[in-house]
Design a protein around this ligand. Structure first.
Ligand SMILES: [Fe+2]
Length: 173
């Protein structure tokens, strides 16, 4: 590359099969329009950033405003967790997810998420491939959640709050 080429944008054809890029401004503005937060359970909601239906994963910000056990689950794929507010941990591990921390949860790990007393709000950016398989203490499946159930949930919520079900589709790739 010569110096004169450096500031020239790529001018070739789009590569075949490339999907449209996606940019969410103010993604980390946690005090955004409350309607963006999709209720998932009492005092638990999520804000979608990407529903990668073609790749079987999703990226979302989970917000929990209660203490106690959130869920026990098994992961069918890798999970990346960046904690933005508060702290939480898994009963099965001795590490804590603290504000500003990053954690990798390997496929196959089975763990029970607890938000400790005294944490009014926990907010974590999760990148989740595959599925959450909710299990009882012996590992027997009791439920499942994946990019498709999350998208379905978001579509119904955005319809209910007046943004329209289509609002969720802008996060789909
Ligand atoms: Fe997990």
């Amino acid at each position: 590359m010569t110096r004169s080429d450096e500031a020239v944008a790529y001018r070739g054809p789009l590569l075949p099969g490339t999907v449209e890029d996606l940019v969410e401004l103010n993604a980390l503005d946690l005090d955004c329009d409350e309607r963006l937060w999709v209720p998932q359970a009492p005092d638990v909601s999520f804000r979608p950033l990407l529903f990668a239906v073609s790749q079987g994963y999703f990226v979302n910000i989970l917000r929990v405003r209660r203490s106690g056990i959130l869920s026990r689950h098994r992961h069918a794929g890798p999970v990346h967790a960046t904690t933005l507010r508060g702290r939480w941990h898994y009963l099965e591990h001795d590490w804590w997810a603290e504000q500003g921390s990053y954690a990798f949860e390997p496929p196959g790990d089975i763990h029970t998420l607890e938000v400790p007393d005294g944490v009014a709000e926990m907010v974590t950016l999760f990148h989740v491939t595959g599925a959450y398989i909710y299990v009882d203490p012996d590992g027997n499946p009791t439920g499942v959640e994946d990019v498709f159930s999350k998208l379905d949930n978001a579509r119904r919520h955005y319809e209910r709050v007046g943004l329209g079900a289509d609002f969720a589709d802008r996060f789909v790739r």
